[in-house]
Design a protein around this ligand. Structure first.
Ligand SMILES: [Ca+2]
Ligand SMILES: [Ca+2]
Length: 293
């Protein structure tokens, strides 16, 4: 999930109990898990930084044990939640809102604003290894996200969730994972940020990739291309010479900075490239996955 709001996230209502199962943020910093109207305070969860996060809540009937994990890390746990209870069948599931009646009773202040995906439900408590750090490829035995028909209502829209990156906040496009970093850094600092993720500054090696990387941000942004080793000999971050690749997208008159400008960036005008001094600070995009050799 990814959001900056304080909402009802997953709501399951049955006749006579609109909080049969509910994962909810109480408007402040704390989350609450409801089982058959009973509550466990999960506390604050580190999920409000605009990145994607994997959240998993568990509950066991016989002793009411509950746990909540984010990105594979146990954040809180307790016991005594609705001991011996059952979650009844035949109700209605709503994502991104809280039901106060079955299928309705919505409060506009409890709408989730953000992205939700890979919502699965099991009839048993998963092991920590099963919970893991990402939910791509999971298949709940009660609700399987991959095969469940989801109705899109209200202002919600449907989009493809691009699974399959080693870091969940990267998006997968044709087997390569990208993340845009909006914070301004020097070229060297941007290189370090990408390296810490196990990647490189994004390398636009064809028109399609260039447009994709450009679409992730705006303004001046570093790309993984430099002539610092030999003036005029532009080389991608993975060591491939620009010339041997056969695609470039320099703006008119660029590159024009000689030995004073040894690093390539998108310009504020769009997807064209310019050479620029590396000690300037600007946003950038990292890539991991394919094409790092
Ligand atoms: Ca240069
Ligand atoms: Ca220039």
């Amino acid at each position: 999930m990814r959001s900056t709001s304080h909402p009802g996230v997953v709501s399951y209502a049955v006749q006579g109990q609109d909080n049969e199962l509910l994962f909810f943020n109480n408007g402040g910093i704390g989350f609450t898990l409801y089982v058959h109207g009973k509550t466990a305070a999960l506390g604050a969860l580190p999920v409000w930084n605009g990145e994607r996060h994997a959240v998993c809540a568990t509950w066991r009937s016989n002793d009411g044990t509950w746990q909540v994990y984010t990105d594979g890390v146990l954040q809180a746990s307790g016991w005594g939640l609705n001991v011996g209870g059952k979650v009844r069948s035949g109700g209605t599931w709503i994502l991104a809102q809280d039901q106060d009646t079955v299928g309705g009773g919505f409060d506009r202040n409890q709408a989730f604003s953000g992205e939700l995906s890979q919502v699965n439900l099991w009839d048993r408590v998963l092991t920590p290894a099963e919970i893991g750090t990402d939910f791509c490829g999971q298949h709940g035995n009660v609700i399987d996200w991959a095969t469940t028909d989801i109705k899109v209502l209200g202002q919600a829209t449907n989009d493809e969730y691009r699974c399959g990156c080693p870091k969940i906040y990267y998006i997968n496009v044709n087997g390569v994972c990208y993340k845009y970093y909006p914070e301004a850094k020097t070229y060297a600092q941007a290189q370090q940020t990408c390296a810490a993720d196990g990647g490189l500054l994004a390398m636009p090696k064809d028109d399609q990739t260039n447009n994709l990387i450009n679409s992730l941000g705006s303004g001046n942004r570093w790309i993984g291309l430099t002539d610092v080793a030999n003036e005029g000999q532009w080389v991608f971050e993975n060591g491939q010479a620009l010339e041997s690749n056969g695609y470039s997208n320099w703006n008119l008159v660029e590159p024009n900075g000689g030995s004073g400008e040894n690093y390539a960036a998108f310009s504020w005008t769009g997807s064209g490239w310019q050479d620029w001094p590396g000690n300037s600070a600007m946003p950038f995009t990292c890539q991991i996955g394919e094409d790092l050799e």
